[in-house]
Design a binder for this molecule. Structure first.
Ligand code: FAD
Length: 407
């Protein structure tokens, strides 16, 4: 048995970021990775999909994707070559609460990520069915693509394959797409994509795949935490659906064992995994409250894109919380008109009387950047009255935010 300070399972954004920070803080780290370093995000998630979003054609995307991934992967390999880090390229297995394979440590971070949730139907072995990883591996553009699920992954692929020239149909069980997004914004985004040629079949439950007329069927019905049977040897609590149970420090029910990123099921986003890695390493060094948890914004890279931070108007209504909602539209913004990007709307949510900003939901060009600004304002505790005093460059899309604040 080899003793070390910290064992990390998984080298995705959660795991490699934790390794980097812990090593810099002087800890001896052993990190296990049974696939490629960079995890889902770098190899088959955020980065490959965004390379598709920013390529003019399917052929260009196929050519560029491996290059972009390889470049970033070598960056992660450099991070993991720190003298305090040992990268073990094998599958990690818990022997007991402090032992993983042949290593033992007082602290362990689990960052094993998530996997595709397949629809429980009989003909799921239909050869036309792929998950997001399978779709990214296709060599030829499907003429007809059917996407089951209008969540983030389904909507992003629908948008990009429609642009590449596939005939795209999206089937969704719920009445609206993107349930985390404000209902109003989600509906307008869906209508915009409809105008671009995507067919949506809402409130439709898929019972069998045989009746679907498509060359490829993408299963985009969500992801589930990647759990493994040997977790039982460590003794912490977890649930197939919700993942590993953690407290506010991301510590599991067994002291010294932490779970970060997709595997704890809190927020399946790469930047959330990284923020949790930072919080855990600070906790290990007994640096309480150093990085105060800020709001976690999220974006959907359709064309046009959508983004959100904080609760939606629907949620605030359901909770009976008093709020004010201010709106602004891309079509009234000079830069958006100049860019010919007039489809878009932003909702700014605050406490009453132009008080503290509590959220922002938007769709339209560069929504992610607009929402990022709101996220910073929320972290600083800014009010709508203060936002009105902040000078914004003209002409920019950020003036949409100012327009909303002033309305
Ligand atoms: P992962 O990145 O999944 O890494 C886990 C790693 O652990 C893997 O490399 C795996 O091989 C390894 N592992 C698992 N078990 C073991 C074991 N027993 N031993 C050794 N190694 C093990 N998020 C965003 O924020 N923005 C986006 O634009 C975005 N786009 C996405 C697009 C798609 C198609 C998908 C599928 C996801 C996307 N995500 C996006 C989500 C993002 O990829 C995840 O939230 C993020 O990767 C989670 O990081 P993680 O470190 O928790 O796990």
């Amino acid at each position: 048995m080899t003793q070390t300070d910290l064992i990390i399972v998984g080298a995705g954004p959660g795991g490699y970021r934790a390794a980097e920070l812990a090593a810099k803080a002087g800890m001896k780290v052993v990190i296990f990775e049974c696939g490629e370093v960079g995890g889902t995000c770098l190899n088959v998630g955020c980065i490959p999909t965004k390379t598709y979003v920013h390529s003019a054609s399917f052929e260009e995307a196929r050519e560029r994707m491996p290059q972009v991934v390889a470049q970033l992967r070598s960056g992660v390999e450099t991070i993991l070559s720190h003298p305090n880090i040992t990268l073990v390229r094998e599958e990690a297995c818990f022997i007991d609460a402090h032992t993983v394979n042949s290593f033992t440590a007082p602290h362990i971070i689990i960052a094993t990520g998530s996997e595709t949730k397949w629809l429980p139907i009989n003909d799921i072995d239909d050869p036309r069915v792929v998950d997001s990883t399978g779709l990214l591996a296709l060599d030829t553009l499907p003429r007809r693509l059917c996407i089951i699920g209008a969540g983030v992954i389904g909507m992003e692929f629908a948008s990009v394959f429609n642009r590449f020239g596939s005939e795209v149909t999206v089937i969704e069980y719920l009445k609206e797409c993107l349930p985390a997004l404000d209902g109003d914004i989600a509906k307008r985004l869906r209508k915009t994509l409809e105008k671009r040629g995507i067919t949506f079949k809402m409130k439709t439950a898929v019972q069998s795949l045989a009746s679907i007329e498509a060359d490829v069927i993408l299963m985009a019905t969500g992801r589930k935490p990647r759990l493994q049977p040997d977790f039982a040897n460590a003794g912490f609590e977890y649930d197939e659906r919700t993942g590993i149970k953690v407290d506010e420090h991301f510590e599991t029910t067994v002291k010294g064992i932490y779970a970060i990123g997709d595997v704890n099921g809190l927020q399946m986003l790469a930047h959330a995994a990284e923020a949790q890695a930072k919080a855990v390493v600070e906790h290990l060094q007994s640096l309480p409250q150093k990085s105060e948890a800020g709001p976690v914004p999220a974006a959907i890279f359709t064309s046009p894109e959508a983004a959100c931070v904080g609760p939606s108007e629907d949620q605030l209504k359901a909770e009976g919380r008093p709020y004010e909602c201010r709106k602004a539209f891309h079509r009234a913004n000079g830069k958006a008109l100049a860019m010919n990007e007039t489809e878009g709307m932003l909702k700014l949510l605050s406490e009453p009387n132009a008080g503290r900003i509590i959220g922002c939901h938007a769709f339209g060009a560069h929504s992610a950047d607009l929402v990022q600004e709101v996220s910073v304002l929320m972290f600083m505790g800014a009010t709508v009255s203060q936002l009105r005093q902040m000078v914004h460059i003209h002409p920019t899309l950020s003036e949409i935010l100012l327009t909303a604040a002033e309305s």
